[in-house]
Write a protein that binds this ligand. Sequence first.
Ligand code: NAP
Ligand code: MG
Length: 486
Amino acid sequence: MSETLAPVKPGRLIINGEAVDAASGATFTTTNPATEEVITTVAEAGAEDVDRAVKAARAALDGPWAKMKPIDRSRVLWKLGDLVLQNADEIARLETLDNGKPIFESRLVDIDMVARCFHYFSGWATKISGDTTNLNPSVFTYTLREPVGVVGAIIPWNFPMIMVGWKAAPALAAGNTIVLKPAELTPLTAIRIGELALEAGLPAGVLNVLPGKGRVAGEAIVKHPGVDKISFTGSTEVGQHLMRTAADTLKKITLELGGKSPNIVFADADLDAALKGATAGIFYGKGEVCAAGSRLLVERSIYDDFVTRLAERAKKMAPSDPLDPKTRLGSLVSKQQMEKVLGYVETGVQEGAQLVAGGKAQPVNGKGAFVQATVLAGVDNRMKVAQEEIFGPVLAVIPFDGVDDAVAKANDVFYGLASGVWTRDVKKAHTVARRLAAGTVWVNMYNFYDPAMPFGGVKGSGFGRDLGEACLHEYTQVKSVWLNLE
Ligand code: NAP
Ligand code: MG
């Protein structure tokens, strides 16, 4: 399949408006997890490259970017959104090759989200303002909302291009400059968007892209005294480590971490819709989705029937070639991730859960990190498979009795990223939404996102928000100005 397509050019660092090699000359390869073939080589950033990028970002921050009128920043960001759409086929293909996700998702969902991020936040560039206060006739007091400075963005492999949009669009709209490190497993689309940003007219140094290893380039970004803020999306473990490291230089930090999100189906729900929502909630994105509805809580009176229908649906979702537009279940990001996920299935069975669908690796054309859509039934909420983030297409189905039990089980977990509620009872929907400890609640829908709606976690899922007006507070700081009128 991939032989017939154009080869992918080697990836380079983007520093100060130029595509460059690493100072050390180091490179790494990036692999297509579906075919196990090397896609291309990529320059690997080290501490010296991070230092150059941070210096370029600082110079741009105080120079051309600060001097550009907000309306002109807005136009550049809008144009970048347009360029993403104009290059949609190419970018979507890169994403699918690098990550293994179905082209249906990259081309029709992810591209659209990235473009909407740049278009939506371009409008905010002209709308960030302070207040005048009325405290005393003898002083004039007002606040300025200023950019925080150089933002270090460190992003994961599950939504590589979407994460560029989520981080870069608001940070740039608010007047910051960026040093961005994509995940080592999926560097290609971030590099491509970095190139398009230059084409859109973003001044040199405003958006620097540094593919490389977390423990080298990532670590150097977090330690660098010239970086003012870290915006991180990734695992809880790494997030905790970054928070400790960032303390040394007193950086602001926002952390979007893992999840184990409950999707709650009450007996009074539209069960056909709930069934679709439950399967899309876990199998979309191969379950490598931070907000995946990985714990399905089902009211006991409908539990057995629901599990039967769920298992039937899951068995029909065979993994297949990610580049085929009909494919809905792609390859996991790596063999290592596949082993981790299969290990959890085994643990679940050992803990006493019943495997009612999937559970195995299923190579496509003899290759790849494909895992079947898997359903574990009869799960107790205290089992490992109900408490730990699996990050794969594995659903744990847990029975409950009534509203209080549903809420107690939903909240009895370290994480608090997202949640779902399926019911026809309006009062129940809103009261349960208030009681869930989660950054997002979807009612009679699941896995919906929009640049205008804030996204982020509570508890072990981190703090701070991406998207929406809320995230602009993460990328600006307030200055109070006093002027004596006497
Ligand atoms: P990860 O291992 O934490 O990696 C995330 C990023 O951090 C990667 O770019 C990684 O570099 C880098 N990194 C690793 N160690 C570092 C260090 N010591 N210093 C600085 N940077 C470092 O997470 P992942 O496995 O890529 O992604 C999966 C996780 O992300 C899941 O837990 C998922 O729930 C979470 N996630 C959360 C959200 C959300 O919005 N809350 C969204 C998506 C994903 P390398 O590429 O070299 O590892
Ligand atoms: Mg890859």
